[in-house]
Design a protein around this ligand. Structure first.
Ligand SMILES: Nc1ncnc2c1ncn2[C@@H]1O[C@H](COP(=O)(O)OP(=O)(O)OP(=O)(O)O)[C@@H](O)[C@H]1O
Ligand SMILES: O=C(O)C1=C[C@@H](O)[C@@H](O)[C@H](O)C1
Ligand SMILES: [Mg+2]
Length: 173
């Protein structure tokens, strides 16, 4: 089984994925980290040097590689992974995957992303908190249609990390 965590930037995919994998004794991989290791570059540098379209091609390539080669894995995706190419179709049509949308509210995402912009090239250039809030609101609205295709959804606001992981395990098994 490959458990796939989906959600907006800062929704908790990497943090919760690591904890979930430990509990289940599964391998943990973060698609952003996997891309960085294999491309020998950071996500920010890939965006700067080769552009977003190149990044999205690589993202689909490595997603497919992992889906075809791994088992007993928790895989945290990038925030945009479900929204490009045929990635969501790939995930849903594989018969050994379960996908989970980690749903966080706009205010929660704004609070987290205000302090963590620099590593995220899509928002690093946004100068004020007001503009960031406006961007997140619109962007999440556009992306929700893809996130909502996940097999299951867990809301994460005002819940501790361990509480969310317990809920995930109950929903999944
Ligand atoms: N349930 C939670 N309660 C409070 N803080 C949380 C919770 N889950 C995650 N966080 C915090 O939110 C921030 C973003 O989490 P994380 O990096 O796991 O998000 P992500 O979905 O992997 O983001 P990205 O798509 O940009 O990689 C981190 O600082 C993390 O500690
Ligand atoms: O939301 C997005 O489109 C992204 C999120 C990050 O996880 C990275 O995959 C990259 O910064 C793009
Ligand atoms: Mg992450």
């Amino acid at each position: 089984m490959i458990l796939i965590l989906i959600g907006y930037m800062a929704s908790g995919k990497s943090t919760l994925g690591r904890i979930l994998a430990k509990k289940l004794n599964y391998e943990f991989l973060d698609l952003d980290d996997y891309i960085e290791t294999n491309e020998k570059s950071t996500i920010s540098d890939i965006f700067k040097t080769d552009g977003e379209i190149y990044f999205r091609k690589k993202e689909t390539h490595y997603l497919r590689e992992l889906l075809e080669s791994k088992n007993n894995l928790v895989l945290s995706l990038g925030g945009g992974t479900p929204c490009y190419s045929n990635n969501m179709e790939l995930i849903l049509s594989a018969n050994h995957t379960k996908s989970i949308y980690l749903k966080a509210s706009i205010p929660t995402l704004i609070t987290r992303l205000k302090n963590e912009k620099s590593k995220r090239p899509l928002i690093a250039h946004i100068e004020t908190d007001e503009l960031l809030a406006e961007f997140i609101g619109k962007h999440l609205f556009e992306r929700s249609q893809f996130y909502s295709l996940a097999n299951t959804t867990v809301t994460t606001d005002n819940k501790t990390e361990s509480h969310i992981v317990e809920e995930l395990i109950l929903q999944l098994f």
